[in-house]
Design a protein around this ligand. Structure first.
Ligand SMILES: [Zn+2]
Ligand SMILES: [Zn+2]
Length: 361
């Protein structure tokens, strides 16, 4: 009844991204579910990986961790999901036994693996995964919106961990998908002022449309002064929290300069390597520099609620969708500065779709 094989995307390098025929995953085992992929997002970690620049994703790999799909079959012991249910994947695969897992911080499990990064992913016709890695989607969340759940869960976690709350003054460095969703998450957490920076004018424009109080040129020599003004710096302060989604030397230097005394720098972006931090200011101003990795269940559920409540529209962030057979074009598009979130669409018949990419941006 199931086909003998299916399509799966394999990334060997930025120039070598192809669709292979691989065996159909087979029936789900106990507490497992077979899911037919519908939409799969391309993440910053995917673009890093295909360029050979992701420290923890060796090539070749089989991508797909931001996936919305439909349950095809459930294994023994699964009684709360049924064929036809729409689901979203929570891709962190954890041991459940280490100290971090026992503390509820399973996003930093000592044995952490990410589905579609260290295991074969969901950019394929179907995949099998443990029931507890899936969340059922509410009616109010369309497939397109659901493709933003995983990307939004990361900012929801970062914002929560950074202590953003009612009245917070926040700066977000970098207006790519994660930066824009940090803006959305910070607002939802009650931030009073959110200032976004980016070097590209179209990204700044998008941040303004999404409700940034100011969107400033990260390359402007007066950036720090402008940002402090926009943050409402009457009393000589700065930001309570800076969310650094760029994670380069230039952004870290700006982050420290933008902070009020006692503030927090949250490292959200994937840094390429060691970065210099002015330790004398960290000490003298009681600055906290902390990191954030992925999310846990409560962050995913909060992201689902935010999207169901209309915190952001799918078309605000999804700028192109390509059929699975054109995954290589989707990867190429995803690094283009005009694109925000690029999706791969998997048609139900498994025969490849004739829809062209929608080029709206
Ligand atoms: Zn991702
Ligand atoms: Zn663990």
């Amino acid at each position: 009844m199931n086909p003998a094989d299916m399509r799966q995307v394999v990334v060997s390098s930025a120039e070598d991204i192809r669709v292979e025929r691989v065996p159909w995953p087979g029936a789900p085992g106990e507490h497992e579910v077979l899911v037919h992929s519908r939409l799969v997002g391309i993440c910053g970690s995917d673009t890093h990986a295909c360029a050979g620049k992701h420290p923890f994703i060796p090539l070749p790999y089989r991508p797909g961790h931001e996936v919305v799909g439909v349950v095809g079959q459930v294994g023994a012991g699964v009684d709360d999901l049924a064929e036809g249910d729409r689901v979203v994947l929570e891709p962190n695969l954890v041991c459940g036994k280490c100290r971090q897992c026992l503390d509820g911080r399973y996003n930093i499990c000592r044995e952490l693996a990410v589905f579609g990064c260290q295991t074969a992913g969901a950019m394929a016709d179907a995949f099998v995964v443990a029931r507890d890695r899936l969340h059922r989607l509410p009616e109010a969340v369309t497939d397109e919106l659901a493709a933003l759940i995983e990307p939004l869960a990361t900012p929801v976690h970062a914002v929560r961990r950074a202590g953003v709350g009612r009245g917070s003054r926040v700066a977000v460095l970098g207006a790519g998908p994660i930066g824009l969703l940090c803006l959305v998450a910070a607002r939802a957490a009650g931030a009073e002022v959110v200032v976004v920076t980016d070097v590209l004018p179209n990204k700044r424009e998008r941040a303004r449309r999404l409700g940034a109080d100011a969107a400033l040129d990260a390359a402007d020599p007066d950036l720090v002064e402008q940002a402090r003004r926009a943050l409402g710096d009457g009393a000589g302060g700065g930001a309570d929290v800076v969310l650094d989604c760029v994670a380069m030397q230039s952004s870290m230097t700006q982050a420290i300069e933008l902070l009020d005394k006692g503030g927090t720098v949250m490292v959200v972006g994937i840094a390429a390597g060691p970065t210099t931090i002015p330790l004398h200011l960290v000490q003298d101003r009681e600055i906290a520099v902390i990191g954030s990795l992925m999310y846990v269940r409560r962050d995913v559920l909060a992201a689902i609620d935010l999207l169901a409540a209309g915190a952001v529209a799918a078309e605000d962030l999804i700028t192109a969708t390509f059929p699975l057979d054109r995954a290589a074009e989707a990867f190429a598009a995803s690094i283009h500065p005009d694109q925000v979130k690029v999706l791969v669409s998997v048609s139900a018949d498994g025969a490849g779709s004739a829809d062209g990419a929608n080029g709206k941006s």
